[in-house]
Design a protein around this ligand. Structure first.
Ligand code: PRP
Length: 223
């Protein structure tokens, strides 16, 4: 074994999933320094109780990029992101059973009252997920024109940027507060543990971590 290798880096998404990820990390034996769980902290890289493991806090879509390029060896990422990017370098061995939500098509409530999705032939959609969206509509024989946004998709219909949106729905509150209704579900989403395939082979500490996460999820399910 090589002497004192660089620490294993685990990429974790910021935002609402962080609160669900913290107990899971602890159950897997990864205990971060307190600033990690503090949304107000501006730090991006954090130590843990194990000098061989560090955490970084990045945007959900960027978790996949860091791990795919080997800048981080493991990560927590939504199945929505995995479907959108389809990185060959990523191996997703564990469904973490957190971050449950769905990727859905939504439209203004008045439009939903007056049209049937089965009659669509062409749709103009604002989304962070152009690849998944185009694939979904293509399989239904519907031509989709996607406008890529990185957030606040819900604004697009009222401002005339697009007729519909494809976005994550959890409680449904964001749709409701913006006058939209969910009309179709594209996929169920949950967070996955992802691993860089090369790191899995070359870094001895990666596999035991994967097993620790797997065991933590099994224990949480059994509880
Ligand atoms: C997501 C999503 C919706 C919202 C849905 O955004 O893009 O806007 O959550 O959740 P709800 O159905 O419970 O209202 P998120 O808050 O994760 O932040 P983001 O805008 O940075 O993606």
């Amino acid at each position: 074994p090589s002497p004192s290798p660089s620490p294993i880096v685990i990429a974790v998404p910021k935002g609402r999933i962080l609160a669900e990820a913290l107990p899971l990390l602890a159950a897997a034996g990864v205990v971060p320094e307190p600033a990690f769980g503090d949304e107000k902290s501006r730090a991006l890289r954090f130590r843990t109780q194990d000098p061989g493991i560090e955490l970084i806090r990045v945007r959900a879509f960027d978790v996949a990029t860091f791990v795919a390029h080997g800048a981080a060896q493991l990560g927590i990422v939504g199945s929505d992101v995995l479907a959108e990017f389809d990185y060959a370098e990523l191996y997703a061995p564990v469904d973490l059973d957190i971050g449950h939500c769905r990727l859905s098509v939504a439209e203004p409530a008045d439009l939903a009252a007056s049209n049937d999705p089965r009659g669509w032939s062409h749709v103009r959609v604002a989304t962070k997920y152009p690849h998944v969206t185009a694939g979904y509509f293509a399989r239904r024989g519907v031509q989709a024109e996607c406008i890529k946004l990185n957030g606040a998709m819900e604004l697009a219909p009222t401002l005339g940027l697009a007729t519909r949106i494809v976005d994550l729905v959890s409680s449904g509150r964001t749709l409701q507060e913006n006058g939209l209704v969910e009309v179709e579900r594209i996929m169920q989403v949950s967070a996955r543990l992802v691993v860089n395939r090369a790191a899995m082979k070359t870094r001895a500490h990666v596999f035991p971590l994967v097993e620790a996460f797997r065991a933590a999820v099994d224990r949480a399910r059994a509880a």
